[in-house]
Design a protein around this ligand. Structure first.
Ligand SMILES: *Cc1c(COP(=O)(O)O)cnc(C)c1O
Length: 482
């Protein structure tokens, strides 16, 4: 396991890999970081990577690949139809999840598009533990509605409940009774629940949801994009599974859910995605859409080289040394921040550390995007790029009003096996400085606001000249050093 007990008694994260290929990164002076942020319209998605020091925007497609993954890319079988690569990947997925059919797609949201096109009818509802931005967009664009029925504990910023991503079974039964099973397109469970802080679900919860839905005749859909971290938490937090093989846990999940889909930009540390099912009728319906939107059935819009890397990466997901790396670094960052008084989501989840921007910037009203402002301020103070996960990531209503997010978070994603412990400590230190100076941070307002998924490419401007004041204070406190 990737922690070690020191002679002093302290438990410390330990990297269970060595770095054999590196990429140079740049830490620019604070004045340049301010200029980059202004140029990016105070949206961290619009920063250029060359201006970023530590890229903690996401874990998507930026995880470190193993030597075996790179090696596998050389044996890719290039052919439009019937590629050997496809059959190798299909075999790995079938073995891992115990499912019969594999439909390849170019990334996670493509799976969401195919599933929604197949199952969502206008006016129907999808019940889910919690939404993810793209999964919700694909449902609503087809006229479906969503209801989030996560347990109450899931929306508490601080908690010691180990599986905060779980679905509330009473709310599930109530919703089925109220809506009628025939009006529910499907029930969607997301592993490692992204937008509430990478919080896991237990196998027990999956079993119970599956049982209720099977009794009611409702299709279940499992978003396994963040499964790797979730598997680690099941092994370490769910007593029944402490000694159970990771593959056996994964196979049980595959058997409990009617459809499993994933983004291989996360799961399998490559790029691409897939849909899995053992249901012939569902597989046949979805299959028709693959050549139309993705590509032929044996590549689905993916490069064969990425498919080979994915097959190896998926197999490596069954190794606890591999999947523990991110959660242990997330925990280390959270602990370091808590010790400096910085509010974060607890218990630490997978994916990244989630800073509670609502508490951090409690002087900034929600319509002025406190989490967006904190993400911008952190970049100016450190060159670290995080992601806003709050009101900015919501969609404005038709009548022009803003739905306020339940939580205002800044996510500092920890891609798998990319950063070192000193980089984690640097991030914590600069955030602690920012916390001391948090009253210098002000709000943001939209300059250009796209209608759909506005957080990706919307441009904002600061309310007042707080970014300049923040940069000046940084220069004063840190002198000539970066
Ligand atoms: C990233 C993600 C997706 C979408 O996957 P992409 O490959 O980015 O399209 C869907 N669900 C969850 C939980 C994710 O984290």
């Amino acid at each position: 396991m990737s922690t070690v007990k020191f002679f002093s008694g302290e438990t410390v994260p330990l990297e269970m890999h060595k770095v054999r290929m590196v990429q140079k990164i740049n830490l620019h002076p604070v004045e340049d970081r301010l200029a980059s942020m202004q140029e990016a319209g105070f949206n961290t998605f619009l920063l250029k990577n060359r201006d970023v020091f530590l890229d903690m925007l996401t874990d998507s497609g930026v995880n470190a690949m193993s030597e075996n993954q790179y090696a596998a890319m050389f044996q890719a079988d290039d052919s439009y139809a019937g590629s050997e690569t496809y059959y190798r990947l299909e075999a790995v997925l079938g073995d891992m999840f115990g499912t019969k059919h594999f439909l390849p797609v170019h990334q996670g949201r493509a799976a969401e598009s195919i599933i929604s096109q197949t199952l969502v009818k206008p006016g129907n509802t999808v019940l889910m533990n919690y939404h993810f931005t793209t999964s919700k967009a694909h449902i609503t664009i087809r006229g479906g509605g969503i209801e989030e029925i996560i347990i109450d504990e899931g929306l508490k910023i601080t908690s010691d409940y180990p599986f905060k991503g779980e679905m509330d079974l009473n709310k599930l039964q109530e919703a089925i009774a109220r809506l009628g099973a025939e009006n529910i397109s499907f029930v969607r469970l997301e592993a490692g629940t992204n937008l509430v802080g990478g919080q896991p679900i237990s196998v027990k919860n999956i079993r119970e949801v599956s049982q209720i839905c099977r009794n009611a005749g409702i299709i279940t859909v499992f978003d396994a994009s963040l499964l790797a971290d979730n598997l680690y938490f099941i092994k370490t937090r769910e007593a029944e599974f402490a000694d159970v093989d990771i593959k056996a846990i994964t196979r049980e999940m595959g058997s409990l859910m009617d459809i499993t889909y994933f983004s291989a930009r996360k799961l399998g540390a490559a790029r691409g995605g897939g849909i899995l099912t053992s249901n012939d009728a569902l597989a046949n319906k979805m299959r028709e859409l693959i050549p139309l939107f993705e590509g032929f059935l044996t590549y689905g819009g993916m490069s064969v080289r990425e498919m080979e890397a994915m097959a190896v990466g998926l197999r490596e997901t069954l190794d606890i040394d591999v999947i523990s790396q991110t959660p242990i670094f997330v925990e280390a960052l959270c602990k370091e921040l808590l010790s400096k008084g910085v509010p974060v989501v607890t218990p630490p989840g997978g994916l990244g550390c989630h800073v509670d921007a609502g508490a951090f910037c409690d002087h900034i009203p929600q319509p002025e995007y406190p989490a967006g402002a904190l993400a911008a301020a952190l970049f100016i103070a450190s060159g670290v790029r995080g992601m806003e996960r709050g009101t900015l990531s919501e969609q404005r209503r038709e009548d022009g009003t803003e739905p306020l997010a339940e939580m205002e978070l800044v996510r500092l994603a920890i891609p798998k096996r990319v950063f070192t412990l000193s980089q984690i400590k640097y991030t914590a230190d600069r955030l602690a400085w920012l916390y001391q100076n948090r009253r210098l941070i002000g709000g943001l307002t939209f300059d250009e606001e796209p209608k759909v998924l506005r957080f990706f490419f919307g441009r904002l401007k600061p309310i007042g000249d707080w970014p300049e004041k923040l940069a000046a204070q940084f220069r004063k406190d840190f002198g000539e050093s970066l």
